[in-house]
Design a protein around this ligand. Sequence first.
Ligand SMILES: *[C@@H]1O[C@H](CO)[C@@H](O)[C@H](O)[C@H]1NC(C)=O
Ligand SMILES: *[C@@H]1O[C@H](CO)[C@@H](O)[C@H](O)[C@H]1NC(C)=O
Length: 716
Amino acid sequence: MPERLAETLMDLWTPLIILWITLPSCVYTAPMNQAHVLTTGSPLELSRQSEDMRILSRSKRGWVWNQMFVLEEFSGTEPILVGRLHTDLDPGSKKIKYILSGDGAGTIFQINDITGDIHAIKRLDREEKAEYTLTAQAVDFETNKPLEPPSEFIIKVQDINDNAPEFLNGPYHATVPEMSILGTSVTNVTATDADDPVYGNSAKLVYSILEGQPYFSIEPETAIIKTALPNMDREAKEEYLVVIQAKDMGGHSGGLSGTTTLTVTLTDVNDNPPKFAQSLYHFSVPEDVVLGTAIGRVKANDQDIGENAQSSYDIIDGDGTALFEITSDAQAQDGVIRLRKPLDFETKKSYTLKVEAANIHIDPRFSSRGPFKDTATVKIVVEDADEPPVFSSPTYLLEVHENAALNSVIGQVTARDPDITSSPIRFSIDRHTDLERQFNINADDGKITLATPLDRELSVWHNITIIATEIRNHSQISRVPVAIKVLDVNDNAPEFASEYEGFLCENGKPGQVIQTVSAMDKDDPKNGHFFLYSLLPEMVNNPNFTIKKNEDNSLSILAKHNGFNRQKQEVYLLPIVISDSGNPPLSSTSTLTIRVCGCSNDGVVQSCNVEAYVLPIGLSMGALIAILACIILLLVIVVLFVTLRRHKNEPLIIKDDEDLRENIIRYDDEGGGEEDTEAFDIATLQNPDGINGFLPRWGLPTQRWEERNAIQTGCV
Ligand SMILES: *[C@@H]1O[C@H](CO)[C@@H](O)[C@H](O)[C@H]1NC(C)=O
Ligand SMILES: *[C@@H]1O[C@H](CO)[C@@H](O)[C@H](O)[C@H]1NC(C)=O
């Protein structure tokens, strides 16, 4: 330590001396008549100074220099002399006193007011405060009167190397890829030194590595850390601790130093191929395993990590390439072997596969090290399983004519037990699919027979399910769909497609088409329907009508002459025989009703069948009933009238042989008077029947009115 201090002091003296030497050449602009001389340094310096002061006073210059220096961290027992104030005023008889004010005056810096010596009475720290601004003045010792204006000067604190370098951001972490070439830059670090960077070497840093060699190196000036070994392998060692030192004083002995740590992690590169843990894998699988089931897993290990360890798995060879597949599980980084197609123990009992694992992310730098893949052999043994019966076909389609005899065989299903044990099979019908018990099956040979009659016109398809059960193991069951199609037999005769009624115009011409009819047949012959129409044999020479078949399988009925008259005959019935083209053909007779009608000149039917056919057009049933009611009422009245008249012929009617109607009108006109009452009484008395409620003289007009009214409401 003492050695270091000495060195520091040497450094400090150098600038002071220089300042002293350059003193004369400094030009100062202090007040012209009065001048101070600030002196500083050791007694030696002060004596030299006084020499120069003489020169200065000669040139009448005021301040010689306005700054002083004081060493920081000085730790002597006595206050340290910083400098001396001196004015070249002629003291004359008066005594001069110096006064100091400003930064630290009195507390840090003390002045001897007679001699002007300034002492630092406290230890100073440049890093805390680098300079102090003070003011000096010369006053009269007794009166304290200023003898000159105050003058400002600065005391600078001189740096010593009292601060060690520091790594403020440490400890550090950095990464570098494994297998990097020598000299690959890793990171750089920075230390700071609080000492004065512009003065001396107190802040001049040099970096070095204390720990971490021979793997890493550091550039002394820039602190850039680089790899110092080529091809460092992450798989061998992943993490390195580097201790870095920064030393000030340019690294010379006696400087201060600071250290930090840097943790360097090697990052992975793909420098290792995958490698199967085993060269041979054995798996076994029951033959009835569900497709897609995982049969086994193979794994190729890879010393790398992350995507550099990822491999894709493939089946590259073997006798089971069509039946098995392998998928890569990125999570587990293994390969999963699955079944792709059904196995059959009875056909083939074992398979061999060659599987390959290949790295997905290859680094071309290392491809010369060989292929980044590996292969292994997988042996798969198929195990026998008790399998359910197998039908000879996955579905069956049977056809049967609808007139098939009961118990006749419709078709047959067959099934076998694929196992070596080969159990016999029993067949049955799933009755849920044959609720009407239309069919039976022979349990032993699978022959399906008809149990109840079929009707294609009722149901074309009977889709049933047949069950096959192994006799030796009833849990081994298979089911097969059997679609039974009912084929058509000509068992329905054709008939009119609807109820037809033809209308014939009285004034129509011979050959007029009265009606076109078509036929329908419930059967469904393969080649479609073809109908034959004919008149009954005895009608073949019908003088009134003839028939003509149309291309579209329909029939037109034509009039043969124009002599139809509805007075003579209103309705004709024409039976028509329709037969189909079945084998044998079936036929039936349908009768067409033809009405004779009056028509307009352009052939529009206007009235048929005297009355009934005047009204019908556009009249509802209700209207017809109303009309009918009118007629009945009319008839009742007529009958009543006739009866009454017979009973009261003399007194009532014959008086003046007047028109009854006139009488009635008269009564009506004068109604309500005595005569009226009289007339009523007389009538009642004279006619015993009047007691029954019939009031002849009253009643008649009333009834007549009702009658008119009824006709009006009913018939209009
Ligand atoms: C029966 O099966 C046949 C053939 O598969 C099909 O065409 C038909 O629609 C099925 N009928 C019914 C009623 O399911
Ligand atoms: C033809 O019409 C006449 C009257 O117009 C009738 O007398 C005769 O019976 C009809 N013939 C047949 C076969 O309907």
